[in-house]
Design a protein around this ligand. Structure first.
Ligand SMILES: C[S@@+](CC[C@H](N)C(=O)[O-])C[C@H]1O[C@@H](n2cnc3c(N)ncnc32)[C@H](O)[C@@H]1O
Length: 256
């Protein structure tokens, strides 16, 4: 059942089970975790695309300079955290993701990262109001309920903090991202990059198919505006295939 349009308070912690983070027994990974572990092996060719790099920069530009504690929700292989390490050298960086292959890459890239293997469909393993800023790129669409995740992200954000999100629009198409990349690089680099990217075609076709089936949530503007909290929509990113928005508990003025 869709949860769009409901109040945050109605959703707060509803049906959220604590994740068995400290289980003494090895958990069997879910099909979704296995999918993302498989994608992790070839994700480098996505990171190489110019629209992806531009999107990460646009997110970093929205993170307040004063942010001292930052969480990347669905941090994947850690490309964004690596950029945040450079832009916010003193900040305490945390990343959560359920794919151990993705997390292993994040840990390698970002020394000192507080990396946590956790499921964004469940209650997050952080206390209320822990983070100054939370970033979430291309992960909100993959959870069971974006609105429920947003209420959890807002719970662990400080009252003065913000959540910065980049997430696909309802009609987002990977081919448009590739086309933009090809216009940004030389012909030779373009050919090499397309050969490399061919390993990502299957996961991307599956993601777009799940989005058509509404198993994944590529959002309309209306759905973004009803995610909860105070939503500000910024200029599109990822070759205009993604929404870029910030959400806060209270109406706040961004300094940068
Ligand atoms: C397309 S990748 C994006 C990774 C990174 N944020 C980026 O922009 O490159 C989606 C990430 O979300 C993670 N993810 C998907 N569903 C999740 C869930 N329920 N709990 C935790 N992580 C999840 C996947 O493991 C994967 O690393």
């Amino acid at each position: 059942m869709s949860t769009y349009g409901r109040e945050i308070s109605e959703l707060q912690h509803e049906n959220l089970e604590p994740f068995p983070y400290e289980s003494r027994f090895k958990r069997r990974s879910s099909p979704a975790e296995r999918f993302w572990n498989w994608y992790a092996k070839v994700y480098g060719s996505v990171e190489n695309l110019s629209p992806y790099k531009d999107m990460l920069q646009a997110v970093v530009d929205l993170v307040p300079e004063s942010a001292q504690s930052i969480l990347d929700a669905g941090c994947g292989s850690g490309a964004l955290l690596q950029k945040l390490r450079r832009s916010h050298p003193e900040a305490n960086l945390s990343g959560i993701d359920f794919s151990d292959e993705m997390l292993a890459k994040s840990r390698k890239r970002v020394p000192g990262l507080n990396a946590c293997q956790g499921n964004l469909n469940m209650q997050l393993p952080y206390p209320d109001e822990k983070f100054d800023c939370i970033v979430c790129t291309n992960a909100l669409y993959a959870v069971e309920s974006p609105q429920r995740l947003m209420s959890e992200l807002l719970r662990v954000t400080k009252n003065s903090g913000i959540v910065v999100v980049s997430s696909p629009k309802r009609r987002a198409r990977g081919t448009k991202i590739l086309r933009r990349h090809l216009t940004d690089v030389s012909v030779i680099s373009g050919v090499i990059d397309m050969v490399r990217f061919s390993t990502c075609i299957i996961p991307n076709v599956l993601i777009e198919r799940y989005a058509r089936d509404r198993r994944y949530h590529f959002l309309t503007r209306d759905e973004v505006e009803n995610l909860g909290g105070h939503v500000s929509i910024h200029a599109d990113t990822f070759a205009e295939q993604n929404w870029m928005f910030t959400i806060s508990k209270n109406r706040i003025k961004l300094r940068n």
